[in-house]
Design a protein around this ligand. Structure first.
Ligand code: KIV
Length: 239
């Protein structure tokens, strides 16, 4: 029976639900939220995962990039989303500068997001170079969502928000990164802005789900930035 939410009685999505979906080839849906009402929308739409993405720095706070966002700002948004978003598996981005300096710092930040942000997992950007950090966080029971390809926190070094993996050498590096992140313990990996063939190949080579954004249709699931999906952010329009 559909309740007030319009969604038939739902149970809480856990990491086990997501693993089961992956095993049965069921597509996994993820959408971002940045506050109570947008969290409520993700919940009521029956979406599997909700990401408090640091894209909120741009789409909700008007920053030029995700880089200026602080841990305190992000925690404030996480708590608001968590109040509205009860069923989806809730993940938060670790903000730029809160996890790169050492695995210990990263673990400290990750624990704050679970304790004070009321989320269930953290996402961090990067490949092979972040493996030790991912290992440190996951070994104490904090689920980590990896993120390779276009890593927006590094847009300055990448020369902007550009598609990655266009040459064979770059594509090989992406695969190596994804394998290293998986090996380090990530439960899932976001593949952002890369040719569909590369994302498809990486997905086939991994034994954890991939979530694509601008990476074709052959990932294990898809993520959308809610403001983009609703046409609420017009500084630039994603393809
Ligand atoms: O911050 C964000 O919204 C993200 C998605 C693009 C995956 O990282």
């Amino acid at each position: 029976m559909a309740g007030q939410s319009g969604v038939a009685r739902r149970s809480k999505i856990t990491i086990n639900t997501l693993n089961r979906m992956y095993k049965h080839n069921e597509p996994i849906s993820m959408m971002t939220a940045q506050d109570y009402p947008s969290g409520l929308l993700v919940d009521r739409a029956g979406i599997d995962m909700c990401l408090v993405g640091d894209s909120l720095a741009m789409v909700a706070l008007g920053y030029e990039s995700t880089n200026p966002l602080t841990v305190e700002e992000m925690l404030h948004h996480c708590r608001a989303v968590a109040r509205g978003c009860k069923h989806p598996f809730l993940v938060a981005d670790l903000p730029y500068g809160s996890y790169e300096t050492s695995p210990e710092n990263a673990l400290h930040s990750a624990l704050r997001f679970l304790k004070e942000g009321n989320v269930e997992a953290v996402k961090l950007e990067g490949g092979e170079e972040m493996a030790e950090t991912i290992r440190r966080i996951t070994r104490v029971g904090v689920p980590v969502l990896g993120h390779v390809g276009l890593t927006p926190q590094r847009q300055s070094a990448l020369g902007g928000f550009r598609v990655q993996g266009k040459t064979a050498k770059q594509a090989q590096a992406l695969l190596k990164d994804a394998l290293a992140v998986q090996e380090a313990g990530a439960f899932m990996i976001v593949l952002e802005a890369m040719p569909a063939e590369i994302a498809s190949y990486i997905t086939q080579r991994l034994h954890v789900p991939t979530i694509g954004i601008g990476a074709g249709v052959e990932c294990s699931g898809q993520v959308l930035v809610q403001n983009d999906a609703l046409g609420l952010f017009d500084r630039f329009v994603p393809k």
